[in-house]
Design a protein. Structure first.
Length: 173
């Protein structure tokens, strides 16, 4: 038992040290404080600062595509409304799945099971369609030129832009 503990302590210390490092191996590990200093906001304050980490909240990406404050506000409001609606739909879906599972516990309920399964399927489709509609609505806020620039930003580049803004040491390797 002592051997296991003696092996686990250094392993945990090494893991903690690695996690404290800046993504990409930079020297900074105070990303949150830097963002708060720069933006003057804390967690979840008006959708800015560290908040949800949405692309329109990132100054690097917003500048890259020429996003205005009004556009960012509109997209943020739409995203908030969409998140609230998704939470409600996901709750309905979870309840329907619980009810479906309960139906399986009873013998001879094939009709009720099929009906509930169809309900679950419709709820999943509703959630998926809501995501599509939200994305289409967000695209309408952007100009054609901004949409083109967004498409040119590859997912990896988007991720680096999100990290780059938080960590001075990441790109200096």
């Amino acid at each position: 038992m002592k051997k296991v503990i003696l092996l686990m302590v250094p392993a945990l210390m090494l893991a903690a040290s690695a996690m404290a490092q800046c993504p990409g191996g930079g020297e900074k590990n105070i990303r949150i404080e830097k963002r708060i200093e720069r933006d003057g906001h804390g967690m979840m304050n008006e959708g800015r600062g560290m908040g949800r980490g949405q692309w329109w909240e990132n100054p690097v990406i917003a500048k890259e595509i020429g996003l205005t404050e009004a556009q960012a506000k509109k997209i943020d409001d739409m995203a908030t409304a969409q998140r609230k609606e998704t939470i409600k739909m996901n709750a309905d879906l979870k309840i329907a799945k619980i009810e479906l599972q309960d139906l399986f516990d009873e013998v001879g309920n094939e009709g009720a099971i099929r009906k509930k399964a169809a309900e679950v399927s419709k709820l999943q489709e509703k959630i998926y369609n809501a995501r599509i509609e939200h994305r289409l609505a967000m695209n309408k806020v952007l100009t054609a030129e901004q949409q083109k620039k967004m498409k040119s930003i590859k997912p990896g580049m988007m991720k680096r832009a999100m990290v780059k803004d938080d960590c001075d040491g990441c790109d200096k390797k």
